[in-house]
Design a protein around this ligand. Structure first.
Ligand SMILES: [Zn+2]
Length: 105
């Protein structure tokens, strides 16, 4: 089954320094900002040897460049944000609640 674009695009959100630097623009799917790659001031080194951009607006490593082939639009970034941030965090906190009530008994 084919994955939706907002899932596939996540592969391009790390180890992507040369791709992001050569992109016309890039976007953050955490704070939904769109900006020029030249605005990126921080890169983190990955254990595999690549480098990952840090968002100059919110400080999260959730940036994709236009050279990934995906649309750098608010709409696309918010679809990614919904999938990678909102739903995941809700599931995680529900699990923690469940564990806690087990212990209280
Ligand atoms: Zn951001």
């Amino acid at each position: 089954m084919a994955k939706p674009d907002y899932i596939k695009a996540h592969e391009f959100s790390s180890n992507h320094r040369s791709q992001v630097a050569s992109s016309e623009r890039c976007g953050c799917f955490h704070c939904l900002s769109v900006f020029q790659p030249t605005e990126i001031r921080e890169w983190i080194k990955e254990p595999q040897g690549g480098e990952t951009a840090i968002c100059p607006k919110c400080g999260i490593d959730s940036i994709i460049g236009s050279n990934s082939g995906f649309p750098i639009t608010k709409q696309f970034l918010s679809a990614m944000s919904d999938y990678w941030f909102s739903s995941g965090q809700q599931e995680a906190s529900t699990e923690v609640e469940g564990v806690r009530s087990e212990w209280d008994r």
